[in-house]
Design a protein around this ligand. Structure first.
Ligand code: AMP
Ligand code: ZN
Length: 112
């Protein structure tokens, strides 16, 4: 089983932010900003390349949840960034779909 499947099941500890029957959000272990949360579906999907039409509502829920968490932490007006890294050249290191939520500092553009 992959790392994030094990985190979703609670077999590996994490710092929870939000959970429902489809999604789990938790703090990144190596935060790159004052707020760095990962929004993860319970369903194992390896990369963005593996999404199907039946996943559209799930991905929409991930994006809306990231925005809700940003708002709950007071970053909705200041700003925040959401990122899906896909495959090696983009820096994906865990092959279970996850949406990064970053906030709390000025984020450079273009990203590195
Ligand atoms: P990516 O590089 O886009 O695949 O993102 C994977 C993220 O997972 C990285 O930001 C890591 O810091 C984070 N990560 C890896 N292991 C853990 C863990 N055990 N708990 C929380 N976050 C983790
Ligand atoms: Zn998985």
């Amino acid at each position: 089983m992959c790392l994030f499947c094990r985190i979703v099941k609670g077999e590996i500890p994490s710092r929870p932010v939000y959970r429902d029957d489809r999604l789990y959000a938790f703090h990144d272990i190596n935060p790159q900003a004052p707020l760095h949360v990962l929004v993860v579906p319970h369903k194992h999907i390896a990369t963005l390349n593996d999404l199907t039409e039946e996943d559209e509502r799930l991905v929409g829920a991930m994006v809306r949840r990231a925005a809700a968490i940003a708002r709950e932490h007071g970053y909705d007006r200041r700003g925040f960034r959401t990122v899906f890294n896909c495959n090696a050249e983009a820096g994906q290191s865990v092959y279970h779909l996850h949406l990064h939520l970053l906030a709390g500092r000025r984020l450079g553009w273009p990203p590195g």
